[in-house]
Design a protein around this ligand. Structure first.
Ligand code: NAP
Length: 439
């Protein structure tokens, strides 16, 4: 029997498990290990709660979880409860699929002030990640500033702009829904350090801004390049820029919340005493190398909250080489430390935080092929039985897929208002719902 441990049960972890099942059939046992008592990683706590059609990909993962060779060890932190070296002793192959859950730092003066929030924390807050349940973002100011021109910036701006009714059918967590219902934010600035032609936003996500109940997007027409230059863009980007052009026209109706795009503006400092009071933005232009360069023209914008949506980093694991610059594990085509090491990485831990959920699928299949090539004969290791024994010895209460199904059933049972579930957020609540903790 070939034993594979996959650390992380988000998209990259599940696609790797699926690929190992397809590649090795009954001759493999795959254990998905996650530090949370719930699977699905980014799908549960990253994908926006009002994007249920994207979240539906978990049905595919459920199919994988239902396969006999696949086991879940939730509530197990690698590096604390068990080391990578110990996993290597128990499994033929260990795959790191831990994603990129940390924010890329903003790195400007004042970035540490309360009210400056990274997108990992903000998104985790409204999506019920236990680490971010206590965030309490300051929603009492009229202006909120969102830094970045990617899809995460769009998610954050949209969530800040929606009415409570527009969350019907979503799985936004109760604490966030209540806080957003009381929000006094009436202007969301989306700041991009480059221009409309350089956005990393996609048309579907951008188009959603045009259909919000109380909010309207606005682009300053003078920031738009000449229309003839759009011809050089790829079709998707051209569509996005066409939407931005439509946002520059006067809105058909007045709406109380504005989502204002500020292109060619880079944040240079966050100002305030004890909390965010304003952000200093510098007007930029695009240099010969295609990067943003400062013009020296500054503007201070009063605001109570800055959400930085400028990309993510993987979190280093003791004992594994980590590339500080790229924010991911050092690897060659997914192999960590060469062909004989038995160590691999997949998804954002391998490539960095880019691409769609489906981009992780080929990663998983490549890793399965590499495992087949590198480890032609399994070494008769202890696998999941060995891990279960080790965890029991250490008093670590792991969560199985059966426990997870109980958590999910309890979340579904308490759902309200057309929502698919009402998530538990606290670790203790999750563990209790899984009937793992009894006192
Ligand atoms: P992203 O697409 O890489 O965008 C990051 C943005 O931050 C870019 O506009 C970048 O500008 C800007 N930025 C980086 N450093 C900056 C700095 N120091 N100051 C100001 N701006 C800075 O990242 P993301 O939005 O976090 O998304 C991550 C991935 O998830 C992407 O592949 C995204 O498409 C995907 N995603 C998809 C969906 C969806 O499909 N619905 C939703 C969310 C996320 P430059 O271009 O100038 O570097």
């Amino acid at each position: 029997m070939r034993h594979v441990a996959v650390i992380g049960s988000g998209p990259a972890g599940f696609y790797t498990a699926e690929a190992c099942l397809r590649t090795f059939g009954d001759a493999v046992r795959i254990d998905l290990i996650d530090r949370l008592p719930v699977p699905y990683g980014l799908i549960r706590s990253g994908v926006a709660p009002d994007h249920q059609s994207i979240k539906a990909v978990t049905r595919r993962y459920e199919g994988v979880a239902n396969e006999a060779p696949v086991r879940f060890f939730g509530n197990v932190t690698v590096g604390r409860d068990v080391s990578v070296a110990e996993l290597r002793g128990l499994y033929d192959a260990v795959v790191i699929a831990t994603g990129a859950p940390a924010d890329r730092p903003l790195g400007i003066p004042g970035a540490e002030l309360p009210g400056v929030i990274g997108s990992a924390a903000f998104v985790g807050w409204y999506n019920g990640h236990p680490d971010h349940a206590d965030l309490a973002p300051p929603l009492e100011g009229e202006t909120a500033v969102v830094i970045g021109n990617g899809n995460v910036a769009l998610d954050v701006a949209r969530i800040l702009a929606k009415t409570p009714e527009e969350f019907a059918g979503s799985d936004i967590v109760r604490h966030a829904l209540d806080a957003l219902a009381a929000s006094r934010v009436r202007r969301v600035l989306i700041c991009g350090r480059r221009g409309p032609h350089q956005i990393a936003m996609t048309p579907k996500e951008l188009g959603e801004l045009a259909h919000l109940a109380r909010a309207a997007p606005h682009v300053d027409p003078s920031d738009l390049p000449p229309e003839a230059e759009d011809a050089a863009l790829d079709p998707g980007q051209r569509k996005s820029v066409a939407l931005l052009r439509s946002f520059a026209a006067p809105p058909p109706e007045d709406k109380p919340v504005g989502i204002d795009f500020r292109f060619f503006t880079a944040p240079v400092a966050i100002l305030g005493t004890g909390r965010v009071e304003a952000i200093r933005l510098e007007r930029t232009r695009i240099g010969a190398d295609g990067r943003a360069e400062g013009s020296g023209a500054m503007q201070d914008i009063p605001c109570a909250m800055v959400v930085s949506c400028i990309g993510y980093r993987s979190i280093a694991i003791p004992g594994l080489a980590y590339d500080e610059r790229l924010g991911r594990f050092v690897n060659e085509e997914g192999r960590i430390g060469g062909a004989g090491s038995g160590l691999y990485c997949a998804g954002w831990a391998r490539r960095g935080p880019t691409g769609t959920i489906g981009t992780n699928r080929p990663d998983g299949f490549q890793i399965a092929e590499e495992i087949a090539a590198d480890i032609p004969v399994p070494a008769g290791k202890a696998g999941g039985e060995g891990l279960a024994a080790l965890l029991a010895e250490r008093g670590v209460e792991s969560v199985s897929f059966a426990d997870w199904r109980r958590i999910e059933a309890a979340e579904t049972a308490r759902a309200r208002g057309g929502s698919p579930r009402e998530k538990f957020v606290r670790l203790a609540e999750l563990m209790a719902a899984g009937h793992v903790v009894t006192d």
